[in-house]
Design a protein around this ligand. Sequence first.
Ligand code: PLP
Length: 413
Amino acid sequence: MDSNKKGFITRSLHTDFPKEDAYNALHMPVYDGVAYEFDNAEDIAETFAGKKFAHAYSRTSNPTVEYFEKKLLSVTGAYSAIALASGMAAISNVLLSMVEQGGNIVTSNQLFGHSYALLKQTLPSLGLEVRFVDMLDVKSVEAATDDKTRVYFFETITNPQLEVVDLTQLSQLAKSKGVAIVCDSTITPPYVFDSKKFGVDVEVMSTTKFISGGAAAFGGVVLDNGSFDYSKLPALEEWAPKFGKDALMARIRKEIFRHLGGTMTAHTAHFMNLGLDIMPLRIERCADNCKKLARYFEKHDRIADYNYPGVEGKKGFVLSEKQFSGKPGAVMTFDLESKEACYRFYNRIKVMRKATNLNDNKTLVIHPESTIYAEFSDAEKKDMGVRETMMRLSVGIEEVEDLISDFEQALQF
Ligand SMILES: *Cc1c(COP(=O)(O)O)cnc(C)c1O
């Protein structure tokens, strides 16, 4: 069977189990235990020596988590996958495995807040250098690159500015400089974005968001597209000769992940397995809701402006059509006349919910300037494009009429 001929949902639903279940369960069971028994001394010794693979201890591998990884490979066509405890665990494991002390990462300051803090504080404290540039400007990326640059790290669509990176340009530059492209595609997961096609070497995601479905559990994933020559990275110099294409995953599995302990639990993997199956339906619905809300925002005189790269004429539209199948996630922003107006609107919403997080099934609203960005100075906020008149909306799967009528009543103040 050529699995690539089947659709995303079919492949996700019908990914085979490694072994037949004793009860013929139709879903992969949740293997919640910690340890696995071996038949004899030779078997356990060979497993520990890495001569054959068997699950031994669930911090390093677990059958239900492995099934989630297998499903991800089946739907994305990536070369290898590892699932971790959270999006932050995925990002930190990858960067710690690819960059040596004294090596540098070129990135953007338009990042998810905790990713920004990881790159600004934690990684430099471990001796990794991080250079912040405007990733939309390939010339400034090039100017920041030198012979110690190992990774370009960025998000496919920035949040909350909703700027879209030109992946073709960036990956051409990365190739010419021997730098690896690591991209966080949490906002545009597989199904709308095929990272291999756009020169991404390693894709990371918070599966807490779209994949879990309804914000059911924390999780993260690293997908290696198998396109980067790891012998170019000093951090992998001991791993590349032995493991070749698998060098990055080998170091993550056998060192960084194993030693830092960012394990996904079997229960979480079960949620992720269910969530992934229906993610395409949710994304279609969310993107459709976004486009309908955009039409409503166009006409409403209280909405000074709004942004969503899925709407013609908005910034990033052309790149979104090309890179994200015209369904660039479900985060929108809109501006009201003042911060006071934002607060008044916020305090009146009834169907939409007052919460942070993205890509819950429920529509979530937040005022970024006074919450996520509260610890930054006014100058930094300006630099990051965070206006006090701006609200961020993570659009869910409710009937759009109910969202519009919530806007209708909440904007009457
Ligand atoms: C939420 C998020 C993360 C972090 O993921 P967690 O699962 O919360 O650790 C990283 N990147 C982006 C773009 C996110 O939205």
